[in-house]
Design a binder for this molecule. Sequence first.
Ligand SMILES: Nc1ncnc2c1ncn2[C@@H]1O[C@H](COP(=O)(O)OP(=O)(O)O)[C@@H](O)[C@H]1O
Ligand SMILES: [Mg+2]
Length: 366
Amino acid sequence: MPLFDLGVLGGGQLARMSIQAAQRMGLRCLALDPDPECCTAQLAPVIAGRLDDPEAIARLVGQSDRITLENEFIPAWAIAEAFALAGAEPQRLMPGWDVLATVQDKLLQRQAYARYGAPTPRAVPLEGDGSEAIEAIGFPMVLKARFGGYDGKGTRYARTPVEFEALRPQWQDGWLAEAFVPFRRELAAMVYRSPHVCGAFPTMETVQTNHVCDLVYPSGVDASEVAIAAVEAVGGYGLFGVEMFELEDGSVLINEIAPRPHNTGHYTLDWGGVSQFEMHVRLAMGLPLTEPVGGDTCMANLLGPPGDGDLRSALTGALEVPGSHVHWYGKAYRAGRKLGHINAVGAGCVDRAVAARSRFWDAWAR
Ligand SMILES: Nc1ncnc2c1ncn2[C@@H]1O[C@H](COP(=O)(O)OP(=O)(O)O)[C@@H](O)[C@H]1O
Ligand SMILES: [Mg+2]
């Protein structure tokens, strides 16, 4: 029997919060991260190694019964090779590497949704001089890196042929072109899917500032059907964050999915029901699932301050707001980096999460 119950590829905050949920149930966890001082190292052993190195991954696999991940950019081939090296059965991994390979490529994702009949913007490869993509998509157009994009890095807009020309130096083969969606709101829902059970957490509205998730709160609508279709379309098992666009007429299109816990699911840490992290662990471990039911909660992200501050004062400031809970990841500060989040529960949760966040930063800098 391996030493650890659960091995996590990655040691950032999503691994940390998954491991916190697992440890609460008594499970022994191990992580792999290039940084031995990653925030997960504060609570569990971490193997220092690259996430694209099959030998490093094999060391995690060799010591852990079940394997999951917090980061969808780990090359699917490296995980497959690691499982071969460790002589481990693929069923010990959730989500599977074939699903990962689809999700890693924004074009393959779009094609999978279209094939499945799930609603999604039209997308084509952006190749050659781009004229075929212009012909197929027209303007306004969104240009995206197929691989490796996050927080809007790798997303560009061309409203006109002139803007398209101006962007030419910024894209190359390996980008895609897709229809611009004139959305009314962005929505997100966490989807859980095992071979036996499938369902979704509530549909949330998400507000992005400079392409980074800023606020998440109940949307008042239920887009579960579309969210679940996205996961079925890629044949995924595990926990998935599904980002969606809501149009003026109320219809919903899939933007993208992440095969792991997601920033838009952090509210579940305090909503009273099962958290996304516990659901992730239950899925990865093959444990029974439970229906996610909880109360209205709003999450405000704490994005990196430009300089040092005082956490204890900041906590005092934020926690004066009733019903607020601070989650601090223990990461090194960098401007714009996701360092933590605040959840506020109950009536008026949006105003209270925003108020708690401003008090947090006011007190931090003082
Ligand atoms: N087709 C589109 N039409 C309009 N806005 C879009 C479109 N695709 C992406 N966006 C905007 O850009 C943001 C980032 O795009 P996304 O594909 O989610 O990339 P990332 O991997 O960086 O999250 C989205 O949250 C949305 O605000
Ligand atoms: Mg996104």
